[in-house]
Design a protein around this ligand. Structure first.
Ligand SMILES: C[S@@+](CC[C@H](N)C(=O)[O-])C[C@H]1O[C@@H](n2cnc3c(N)ncnc32)[C@H](O)[C@@H]1O
Length: 134
């Protein structure tokens, strides 16, 4: 296990010194409950770097908070309270995306959205689950 603050260090940099990591291997990457805590730049970098450190046929499974009509992360009718609580506990939500914009975001990051996979792009609680392939 390698602990790293992905808001501070790039994944490519974290794995560079680890000789057990094979960048050409078919890999499953899971980012559950992570990307909403990173800056927009860090999220884009993370997806781009995951594409660089994983082989053809890899998949990345992740959850995300959808952007609401007012441009804020959407947690339903308790959005205001939820955003305030996240901030107060020191884990503010700093990234969300419109589900309709996810495909383009992934394409630009080296991945292809796979909404046909069972269970992807479905909402569970306040989060969407998604899977993309390389
Ligand atoms: C809601 S929890 C999800 C936990 C995870 N899915 C699990 O089952 O263990 C949020 C996770 O995001 C991680 N996290 C938040 N900001 C991070 C950052 N900048 N870099 C790396 N991890 C971060 C936290 O350490 C925490 O483990």
């Amino acid at each position: 296990m390698i602990a790293a603050d992905l808001g501070e260090r790039e994944l490519v940099d974290v794995l560079k010194g680890n000789e057990s990591w094979d960048q050409s291997a078919q890999t499953v990457i899971v980012a559950e409950g992570l990307v909403m805590y990173l800056s927009p730049k860090a999220v884009k970098d993370l997806f781009c770097q995951c594409a660089l450190i994983a082989g053809i046929g890899s998949r990345i499974a992740f959850t995300y908070i959808p952007t609401g009509p007012d441009g804020r992360p959407d947690a339903g009718r308790r959005t205001g309270l939820m955003l305030w609580l996240q901030k107060v506990i020191g884990e503010p939500w700093t990234w969300s995306i419109h589900p309709g914009e996810l495909g383009l975001f992934l394409e630009e990051s080296g991945w292809t959205n796979t909404p046909t996979l069972a269970g992807t792009n479905r909402k569970h609680g306040v989060e969407f689950f998604a899977v993309a392939g390389k």
